[in-house]
Design a protein around this ligand. Structure first.
Ligand code: SAM
Ligand code: SF4
Length: 344
């Protein structure tokens, strides 16, 4: 049986991962595959070339990395991708990482497009996944398909219900808002979240990779514009709540739902960044919007039994974590890797 996670007040050693700006890094995201069954227009181009299997980290390597990060003081691991749940045998990884709660991991989380949730929600819950973010950009099936290129809204909604049925609480929707694609749905999405007891975060599109579908400057719809739209339908009260990520949250009085904004352009969130990412290829990415990175796969494969060497590399990498990203609307992407490699 998997043990319960330690109570929040349990004193655990603070993270030893501190960057050159004094920021404590206690949150790591793993992109466990670059593959996906959707092709969201802001994330990928229609025709993508995916990495050959030998170049992506094995599940065993990911489990070893998880353990190493937790030993270095990481409190939160989020599994992302690509679509994590299309990776074969990925439940094994969730089970292994879930056991790290005995060793100081406070939260195992997953970001998913929801397409496979109906099948695996109960097993994810049993493995110890505490928090689920589900991407949902539209409640209109035809529009949902246009944005995801392949996605079926109904499948995702069934996945959401399965997650609720499996006992997941505080599910969060992620909605990337694009002008003239889904900006007119922000109120409907909030209402859906409120009616179903969900949190929701609205995300400004980030310029990662060449996507070919639209001009990102033209599609830009700011968090301030979204908030103004929402304010016509709801009273929004700012809060200081955090889920450990970059969302800034508001509450609607009388509702349990949190309304979040992830605003890389309009409200840079780098000042209190506590995160690093590991790409599907095993690169430790020190910043979502910069190229500073360290090749952990090379260390894992050259010295598979040398955990100390891996730890030293991760600790040393903190020195090159940049102050912040440099996303600029209207400029060609400075970051050529797509979000599915990076792990959103
Ligand atoms: N496939 C899963 C999903 O869609 O939830 C996990 C990976 S996806 C890359 C993680 C999150 O990144 C999703 O919420 C997605 O909407 C968001 N995302 C992808 N590309 C983005 C971009 N260019 N700008 C902002 N958010 C993006
Ligand atoms: Fe796939 Fe997620 Fe990217 Fe959409 S956002 S293409 S679901 S990885």
């Amino acid at each position: 049986m998997i043990p319960a996670s330690p109570p929040a007040e349990t004193a655990l050693p603070a993270s030893t991962l501190i960057d050159g700006f004094g920021r404590r890094v206690d949150y790591v995201r793993f992109s466990v595959t670059d593959r996906c069954d959707f092709r969201c227009v802001y994330c990928m181009s229609e025709r993508m070339t995916f990495l050959p299997r030998a170049r992506i980290l094995t599940l065993e390597e990911l489990a070893a990395l998880g353990r190493t990060f937790v030993e270095l003081g990481a409190r939160k691991i989020r599994i992302t991708g690509g679509e994590p749940l299309v990776r074969r045998d990925v439940l094994w990884l969730f089970q292994r990482l879930g056991r790290l709660r005995e060793h100081g991991l406070a939260e195992l989380a997953l970001t998913t497009n929801g397409s496979q949730l109906e099948r695996v929600a109960a097993e994810l819950k049993a493995a110890g996944v505490a928090r689920l973010n589900i991407s949902l950009d539209s409640l209109n099936p035809a529009r949902f398909r246009r944005i995801t290129r392949n996605g079926e809204l109904d499948t995702v909604l069934r996945g959401l219900r399965a997650a609720q049925g499996a006992g997941f609480r505080r599910l969060k929707l992620n909605a990337v808002i694009l002008k003239n694609r889904n900006h007119d749905e922000v109120v409907d999405l909030a209402r859906f979240a409120v009616d179903n007891g969900l949190d929701i975060s609205y995300i400004e599109e980030m310029p990662l990779g060449v996507i070919g579908d639209h001009d990102r400057a033209e599609a830009y719809y700011s968090s301030d514009a979204i908030r103004a739209d929402l304010a016509r339908a709801f009273e929004l009260v700012p809060t200081a709540e955090s889920t450990g990520g970059p969302s800034r949250y508001y509450r609607i009085p009388g509702c349990d739902s949190r309304i979040g904004f992830i605003s890389p352009h309009s409200h840079n969130f780098c000042g209190d960044c506590n995160r690093v990412r590991v790409s599907a290829e095993g690169r430790l990415l020190l910043c979502l919007g910069q190229e500073h990175s360290v090749d952990l796969k090379q260390i894992l494969r050259a010295y598979p039994c040398d955990r100390e060497r891996l730890k030293q590399a991760i600790v040393a990498a903190m020195a090159i974590k940049p102050r912040g990203h440099d996303f600029q609307i209207g400029k060609q992407p400075v970051i050529l890797r797509h979000m599915n490699h990076t792990g959103g």
